[in-house]
Write a protein that binds this ligand. Structure first.
Ligand code: FES
Ligand SMILES: [Fe+2]
Length: 350
């Protein structure tokens, strides 16, 4: 069960450039993403209404797509406009379509009631294409449920243990309790750790070896978006009070999009605002983050395999779990509300 009435990141803008037909399953629905000739993104059900073949194996014809099994042709709204050898196109000959919007390098798709799809509700991730920031696109696929990855992203006390040579470093980081604030649609986590050795990636990309004050401040909101102000500054210069002169700053944006009940797409970037003219630094930042996220994937996947062995296993709630517990409560409450409203609606309405 997933929240439907919200915007999900379905992929990267350039994944549908050059006339490409992109197949991507989101919330258990096979989607075909492509562009019209004018460049507008389109999201159609990737299952032909005739006999279920993927339209992504078809071909674009102008703004339309033709299924290359038996030749039905569909316009961007999902209606079939041509059936070979048959003049009459029945009204039922159509596939679903979903609202899709391109914003700051991401393709956002609305999987719920189209009448409620307001692009003004798309979260701000402008750091992805702001000229004052640099980043590279990252994509991973997880064979675990999205909430298990959210759990990981909502508790950074794992950094020194899972990422000792990348994002982590000093175990003092895990000793500091973050401030956890409840948001209507998620959680805000604020963690400052003062006067610690620089995390390994900071030494690697900037050569810093002296002590730093380090911060991670992020909102994690439904349906699975992390937007984070993070960085390191020379210890004691007053970064916490607002003096970020000479600091290394990042503005990470990460999106979890369920593929199905037990698998998840993970789209991420790590924009930085220093060394803007040095692509090698951008590449190094990206490579380290990718390496770190592979470390997360290794641990989370192993955890899930372990949990699957004992459905009765009960987790032990601890202080470090407060953000993830709150997020799970928010998610469950919004999902229950959405489903109650859907059931109250007359049959046949979306
Ligand atoms: S399955 Fe698409 S035309 Fe037959
Ligand atoms: Fe991690």
């Amino acid at each position: 069960m997933f929240l439907k009435n919200c915007w999900y990141v379905a992929g990267w803008r350039d994944e549908i450039d050059d006339g490409r037909l992109l197949a991507r399953t989101v919330l258990g629905e096979p989607l075909l993403l492509y562009r019209t000739e004018a460049g507008a993104p389109v999201a159609l059900q990737d299952r032909c209404c005739h006999r279920g073949a993927p339209l992504s194996l078809g071909r674009r014809e102008g703004d339309c797509v033709r299924c290359l099994y038996h030749g039905l042709k569909f316009e961007p709204g999902g209606a079939c406009v041509e059936i070979p050898g048959q003049a009459n196109v029945p009204p039922k000959a159509r596939v679903r379509s979903w609202p899709v919007v391109e914003r700051a390098r991401w393709l956002w798709v609305w999987m719920g009631d189209p009448a409620r799809a307001d692009p003004a509700g798309i979260p701000d991730t402008h750091w992805l294409d702001d000229p004052q920031w640099r980043s590279l696109p990252g994509t991973m696929h997880y064979d675990v449920p999205h909430l298990a990855i959210a759990d990981n992203l909502l508790d950074f006390s794992h950094l020194p243990y899972v990422h000792p040579t990348t994002l982590g470093g000093s175990e003092q980081y895990a000793q500091e309790r973050p401030l956890v604030e409840r948001l209507a649609r998620g959680v805000r986590v604020t963690r400052w750790v003062m006067n610690i050795p620089p995390p390994p990636f900071v030494t690697q990309v900037a050569g810093w070896t002296g002590p730093v004050d380090r911060w991670n401040i992020y909102d994690f909101t439904v349906p699975g978006l992390l937007v984070m102000d993070s960085g390191s500054a020379p210890a004691g210069q007053g970064a916490r009070e607002g003096n970020r002169a000479g600091a290394l700053q990042f503005h990470s944006c990460q999106a979890l999009t369920p593929e199905a009940a037990s698998s998840t797409h993970y789209f991420f970037t790590q924009p930085h605002d220093f060394a803007l003219d040095q692509p090698a630094v951008t590449q190094a930042v990206h490579d380290i983050v990718k390496q770190a996220f592979a470390e997360d994937e290794h641990m989370i996947s192993a955890q899930q395999r372990n949990l699957a062995l004992d459905p009765d296993f009960e987790m032990l709630p601890l202080a470090m779990d407060s953000a993830l517990m709150h997020y799970r409560r928010v998610y469950a409450a919004l999902l229950a509300d959405e489903q109650a409203k859907a059931q109250a609606r007359p049959a046949g309405t979306p």
